[in-house]
Each structure stands twice: as structure tokens, then as C-alpha cells.
Ligand binder design. Structure first.
Ligand SMILES: [Zn+2]
Length: 337
């Protein structure tokens, strides 16, 4: 352990010090030291720790999400009094999750806003974790991180929203899973080179410009170990539902937080160039977010959509042409050098 890590370890409890040991300055990747509620690098870049959560956003670039701007305002003011405080009973559903479910899980979950009675934890299509290091980029309240932790991964989740990360910490505590959450931006990952074995992202990069997605992929590759893998979901330009949405907005260029659609061949070349050998598989048809594991939570008319999607997904393994019209695609890539 070097001097910096010792300094961090002495100023935090052990779980926190383990988390801080993973972190570097997102701008220049230098080591950090603890200084009056901040993490500070050798170049003097400062990052506030708000109620135990490191806010590792880069303040002098445009944020990709309004919640990143809000998180920075709270970090810079040092005043966290505007943040909601919740105490959860064992059977409560976190109020943030109850409200956010339509946004984080998609339109087919809209009827659950305010009425959710269980956390919809999806099934991650990955092998057992065996204590390997897993990073989720854009984790929101942490549904995929919980899934990864239960599969045996050592999990880190990042999101630019301090509110989401606070909710993620509350839900992880309530469910008894051990996950490290950090407020951060995928374009400026605050982690050392060669840290993670598996990087995952779902329904997140679609909200970034393609330029920002390329920057994020380069950062993901940097933090991935040799032989490490990524599994990243993105929407297919030629998906039936995706074509309908593009038609509704007149096939114009997307801006701000709007969904960017990708051609399958474009996904393969972007990921192969920036991470390594890549292949596509189907996540689903007719929607971008719905999970078969949530079938019992859905309205009956949407269950039929999921059954149909799952049948087509099964067929796509035998008839590769069907991948080309799936709405939601996974890109799996490996870092080989
Ligand atoms: Zn720095």
C-alpha cells in the first residue's frame, strides 16, 4: 500500500477505504488524498465527498445529464440539506425508486409509478462472477448492480446523479448486498487502468451523442483488464419499434437526452475499434427496456409483448438475420491487448 492509500485508509472506515483505493482523479488519473471532506489530486483537482459519496464529476465540461449539474452544485456548495432523507423499513420500497421506475425501466412500467411493491431486479446474461470486478456505467438506483452482486461479482456502479446514487446505496443496504457507488461520468472514469474484469451498461449510452459514446468506450477500455469483457445494450436503428419512434420524430438528428439509434454494422465497427473483438446478440424486440424477469409486474397486454419478444430472441440464435430487426441489442466485446 502506498502513502496515498494509507492516508485514505486512516481517514475512513474499511469499506470506504477500499472504495477510495479504487479511485483516481478523473481528469489526469493521478492518485488522490483526503483533505477536509474532499479527494484531491497532485494537480489540485478537488472532488467533494457528500455524505460518504464521492462526487467525481469534471466540473469544467458540459454535463451529459441535468442531474450531473445538480450534483456538482451540491458538491461545490457543501450544502446537502436539499437532499431528501429517507429511512426505509424492511418491506418499504424506496420512494426514489417508486417514482423513477417509469424512467429507469421504460414505458411498460409506467403503471408501477407510485405503486411498486417489489424491486424489479433483472437477470444479467453473464456467467457467475467468482469475485471478479464489475463496473456498471449509468447504474441509476442499481437494479443491474444488485443482479451482478448476487451473481458473485465485486460491484462498482457509477451514475452522474447524486440522488440516484443515494437511492442505490439505500436499496443495497436494505437488500443486504455489498456494492460501491460513486457519482461519476462515463467519459471521465475515476478508476485506475486495468481495474475491471467486466463492464456493463444498459439503456445509458443511447442518451449520449455518438462522440461522447466513443469517448466513454475509450475510457471503458482503459479501465478494463486484458482479457476483460464488456456487455453493452444499445437500440437498433432498424428495430421495428425503433423505426416507429424515429418516424414520430421525423427522422431528424437526436439532441440532448433523446435516444440515438445505431446500425448493427456501426455498433460492431465502433466497439471492435475501441474495445476489441465484438459480437451482437438480441436483448429483445418491440421495446427497449422490458425484462422477462419482470413479467409478473406487467399489465397483461404487455406480457404478450414479452412472450413474443422472447420467442423471437430464441429464434435469433438460429436465424442470425433476425438480429438485424431486434429493437434492443447487446454488444459483447473483449479487450485482448
Ligand atoms: Zn487531477
Amino acid at each position: 500500500m502506498n502513502e496515498t492509500k494509507e492516508c485514505l485508509a486512516s481517514s475512513a472506515n474499511s469499506a470506504q477505504s477500499e472504495m477510495f483505493a479504487l479511485l483516481v482523479c478523473p481528469r489526469d488519473k493521478l492518485d488522490l488524498r483526503h483533505e477536509e471532506g474532499h479527494l484531491v489530486c497532485g494537480q489540485g483537482h478537488r472532488y467533494a465527498v457528500v455524505e460518504g459519496v464521492p462526487v467525481m464529476l469534471v466540473s469544467d465540461v458540459e454535463q451529459t445529464h441535468i442531474e450531473g449539474t445538480r450534483a456538482l452544485a451540491i458538491a461545490e456548495s457543501g450544502d446537502a440539506s436539499s437532499l431528501a432523507k429517507f429511512t426505509l423499513g424492511p418491506n418499504d420500497i424506496d420512494p426514489f425508486v417508486r417514482n423513477a421506475i417509469g424512467a429507469t425501466n421504460g414505458g411498460l412500467y409506467g403503471h408501477l409509478v407510485g405503486t411498486l411493491t417489489e424491486y424489479p431486479i433483472p437477470k444479467l446474461r453473464l456467467p457467475a462472477g467468482e469475485n471478479r470486478h464489475f463496473l456498471e456505467v449509468g447504474c441509476n438506483w442499481g437494479r443491474w448492480c444488485i443482479s451482478a452482486a448476487r451473481l458473485g461479482y465485486r460491484v462498482v456502479g457509477i451514475d452522474p446523479s447524486l440522488k440516484s446514487i443515494r437511492a442505490a446505496n439505500r436499496v443495497a443496504r436494505q437488500l443486504g448486498v455489498d456494492i460501491t457507488y460513486v457519482v461519476a461520468d462515463g467519459r471521465f472514469l475515476p478508476f485506475r487502468d486495468l481495474t475491471f474484469d467486466q463492464v456493463f451498461s444498459y439503456s445509458v449510452l443511447q442518451h449520449l451523442s455518438k462522440e461522447n459514446t466513443f469517448t466513454t468506450l475509450a475510457e471503458i477500455r482503459r479501465t478494463l483488464r486484458l482479457g476483460g469483457n464488456t456487455l453493452i445494450q444499445l437500440p437498433n436503428l432498424y428495430g421495428v419499434r425503433c423505426l416507429y419512434h424515429q418516424l414520430r420524430r421525423g427522422f431528424r438528428e437526436a439532441h440532448d437526452f433523446e435516444v440515438r439509434y445505431w446500425r448493427p454494422a456501426e455498433l460492431l465497427s465502433a466497439f471492435t475499434e475501441r474495445i476489441g473483438p465484438s459480437e451482437l446478440s438480441v436483448d429483445g424486440y418491440f421495446s427497449l427496456n422490458v425484462q422477462p424477469s419482470d413479467l409478473h409486474l406487467l399489465l397483461p397486454r404487455y406480457r404478450a409483448v414479452v412472450h413474443c419478444s422472447e420467442a423471437l430472441r430464441g429464434l435469433s440464435a438460429k436465424i442470425p438475420a433476425l438480429k438485424k430487426v431486434a429493437d434492443s441489442l447487446y454488444v459483447s466485446s473483449s479487450r485482448i491487448q
